[in-house]
Design a protein around this ligand. Structure first.
Ligand SMILES: Cc1ncc(C[n+]2csc(CCOP(=O)(O)OP(=O)(O)O)c2C)c(N)n1
Ligand code: SF4
Ligand SMILES: [Mg+2]
Length: 307
């Protein structure tokens, strides 16, 4: 009789840190997708942890691509399968934020422009974990990393996270979605929905890195959940151009960003002024998203409550 762990398609025995949220993301995603898939995995922490010859944690067909070309490799595999008459196998890219937002973005954009039949999943830990915690296009404002150090001149990352899912949706693809590993049912539902569609589908899954962000691995899910509850990383989907909110964080429910920031060493230099700046940015982005979703902004909610 097989045990529960033996049944996971991303097998135990990988070398992720204790409590690694990206590793849990891979377990969840693969179990949702099932065996009829081919995984293309860009270089990154999840690849290094899972595919050191002669070992492998992948119980499905798997290819390790370069950091920059995972989407192009997947496009080629998909075209070959379809040419052979196979229209059932899901070709899945699994890549980190460095591979997705930055170095592999050109190939991803080309894949989306051609609407190639690929499901692209980014596990977003907001930094380059594998090479020792450098900033990526997903790193949030103010975060300390080894390339955005805090000192007398600089106070962490100076720009904001790229709005990856909006950028993906602007390519006109059938499906783009933001999920979060603390909401496992949401991850599963989005992955299954995307698997049932054809063309380019992109899902970004927020999955914080305990080592890189500076918190104990036992707190990974709490940190991830707070990213949604504080509006630091809102969850939504865009299906054929229609924006739809997944988890509402109305003004009455929202938690202050400080609850999220104070759990992580990468923000420990923050002054009250920095915290206010981040709060303003989170609320501004939320209200921008509400407009895209056709839902009331905070101002409109307040005006309705006054009536
Ligand atoms: C073209 C290229 N540039 C840089 C590297 C070095 N490199 C390997 S993994 C990595 C970081 C990966 O970051 P991310 O995609 O976010 O995955 P994570 O390690 O966070 O899981 C870098 C910079 C590389 N292998 N190839
Ligand atoms: S460094 Fe971060 S992403 Fe890599 S295994 Fe550890 S917790 Fe996971
Ligand atoms: Mg990363």
């Amino acid at each position: 009789m097989s045990t529960q762990s033996e049944m996971h398609l991303y097998a135990p025995g990988h070398s992720g840190c204790p409590g690694c949220a990206p590793s849990l993301t891979l377990i969840t995603v693969l179990d949702a997708l099932g065996k009829d898939i081919i995984v293309v995995n860009a270089t990154g922490c999840m690849e290094i942890n899972s595919s050191q010859y002669p070992n492998s944690a992948w119980r499905v067909p798997y290819i390790h691509s370069l950091f920059e070309n995972a989407a192009a490799v997947a496009s080629g595999i998909s075209a070959a399968l379809r040419a052979k008459g196979n229209d059932h196998t899901t070709v899945v890219v699994i890549a980190g934020d460095g591979a997705t937002y930055d170095i592999g973005f050109g190939a991803l954009s080309g894949m989306m422009e051609r609407n190639d039949d690929v499901l692209y999943i980014c596990y977003d830990n907001e930094l380059y974990a594998n090479t020792g915690v450098q900033k990526s296009g997903a790193t949030p404002f103010g975060a300390n990393t080894n390339t955005t150090q805090v000192g007398s001149k600089h106070r962490g990352k100076e720009g904001d996270r790229k709005a990856l899912i909006e950028i993906a949706a602007a390519h006109g693809i059938p499906y783009a979605a933001q999920s979060n590993i603390a909401f496992i049912h949401d991850v599963r539902a989005k992955v299954k929905k995307a698997q049932g569609m054809r063309g380019s589908r992109v899902i970004n899954i927020f999955a914080p890195c305990a080592l890189g962000a500076g918190f104990d691995g036992s707190q990974s899910i709490k940190v991830a959940r707070l990213a949604a509850q504080t509006r630091m990383c809102p969850m939504f989907e865009v299906e054929n151009g229609e924006y739809k909110l997944s988890v509402n964080v109305a003004p009455a429910q929202k938690k202050p960003v400080l609850e999220y920031l104070s759990l992580q060493q990468r923000f420990k230099h923050f002054t009250p002024d920095d915290v206010s700046k981040v709060q303003m940015k989170a609320d501004k982005y939320w209200n921008h998203l509400m407009k895209l979703c056709g839902l009331p902004t905070d101002e409109q909610v307040a005006a309705q409550e006054k009536k």
